[in-house]
Design a protein around this ligand. Structure first.
Ligand SMILES: Cc1ncc(COP(=O)(O)O)c(C=O)c1O
Length: 361
């Protein structure tokens, strides 16, 4: 039976990528070594690392004045690295709050500076289910940067536009949206993402940073938390997460083969549209997010009768549809449908949902 894994992360990887990794597992390219066994400073590994970066630059169209860093520590480390490196003498930052991960980013930033919450989408309802309009943003004149979360993984809330922030660096936690559709990198100061959704295995963290923002970290910043350390050493200051970097490279090459990000975006839009349409057409399922802010990567939904949740999950699992449980903080279900989720997986979920409704409604 084909298993479709709807996990929010670590998430599905493209089957073709796993097969290539399997084929190369014991002997990469005639080297007689697994990639895992290679010195990160050896000729073979350096070529793998450089190719991965070149392919990412190509698929994302990353301008030359941006560094691409392959780090560790997860997106959660970036919650600290961003203020440590980007305050640059200032003591205030703007944060747009639209979900649980943004909340964590704010909490960490408050250890280093004053945080102006430029918008809190939970202020009225107590829930994160929408995104602000540009006019609703209460940005401050003296903020060193503006941070937001383009896609909130837990609530399934995605920004339908890139906020306009004047000459302030815009910093974005793209963990669950990177590579899902075309992006104008030049609009950002820093883009960061944990790899375990759309990039590769957990353990790798990607940072794309405009060069002029590097080199002015606050006093006392640990060497490993200073972007300059990693930029100067091409992410090889210490031992990088070599295997994750290699696998990410295979994913970038796969993306290129699939028509790049625009090819992938078309499929992603279609997958999300049909799943939301199925939810909207039924009285048995519901999605709590305002339509304009619906995520194309994470689709949360509830059952009209929450007492059926456990049965839904058990029967879905029997049908090969796994990890559909919503985040413990919001309950219900969540289908994460990243790039590696084939359209057939979404079709299978929709068919199962209809059958389940017919049986239990
Ligand atoms: C939007 C977002 N930010 C941050 C994180 C935390 O990432 P990490 O586990 O890599 O620290 C996640 C993880 O799921 C996420 O979805």
């Amino acid at each position: 039976m084909t298993i479709y894994n709807f996990s929010a992360g670590p998430a599905m990887l493209p089957h073709a990528v796993l097969e290539k990794a399997q084929a190369e597992m014991l002997d990469w390219n005639g080297s007689g070594m697994s990639v895992m066994e290679m010195s990160h400073r050896g000729k073979e590994y350096m070529s793998i690392a450089a190719q991965a970066e070149a392919d990412l630059r190509e698929v994302m169209n990353i301008p030359d004045n941006y560094k691409v860093l392959f780090l560790q520590g997860g997106a959660s480390s970036q919650f600290a690295m961003v203020p440590m490196n980007l305050l640059r003498g200032g003591n205030k930052a703007d944060y747009i709050l639209t979900g649980s991960w943004g909340k964590k980013a704010i909490k960490e930033a408050q250890r280093y500076c004053e945080v102006n919450v430029a918008f809190d989408s939970s202020a009225e309802s107590g829930k994160f289910s929408t995104t602000p309009t540009q006019e609703q943003l209460n940005l401050s004149d003296d903020a060193a940067y503006v941070h937001y979360t383009p896609n909130e993984t837990i609530e399934g809330v995605e920004f339908p536009y890139i906020p306009e922030v004047g000459d302030k660096p815009l910093v974005a936690d793209f963990s669950s949206a990177i590579l899902s559709r075309d992006l104008d990198v030049s609009k950002f100061g820093v883009i960061y993402a944990g790899a375990q959704k759309n990039i590769g295995p957990a353990g790798l963290t990607l940072v794309i940073i405009r060069e002029d923002l590097i080199g002015d970290a606050i006093d006392g910043t640990p060497v490993m938390f200073n972007y300059k350390t990693h930029a100067d050493a091409d992410s090889m200051y210490n031992t990088p997460p070599t295997y994750g970097w290699y696998l990410a490279g295979l994913v970038f090459a796969w993306l290129k083969e699939k028509g790049g990000i625009s090819g992938m975006a078309e499929i992603n839009e279609r997958k999300a549209a049909k799943l939301y349409a199925a939810i909207d057409a039924s009285d048995f399922y519901a999605n709590p997010t305002e339509v304009k802010s619906r995520s194309i990567m994470n689709v949360p939904f509830t059952l009209a009768n929450a007492e059926l949740d456990a049965t839904f999950l058990a029967e879905a699992k029997e049908a090969g549809l796994v990890t559909l449980k919503g985040h413990r903080s919001v309950g219900g279900m969540r289908a994460s449908i990243y790039n590696a989720m084939p359209e057939e997986g979404v079709d299978a979920l929709i068919a199962f949902m209809a059958e389940f409704e017919a049986k239990h409604a």
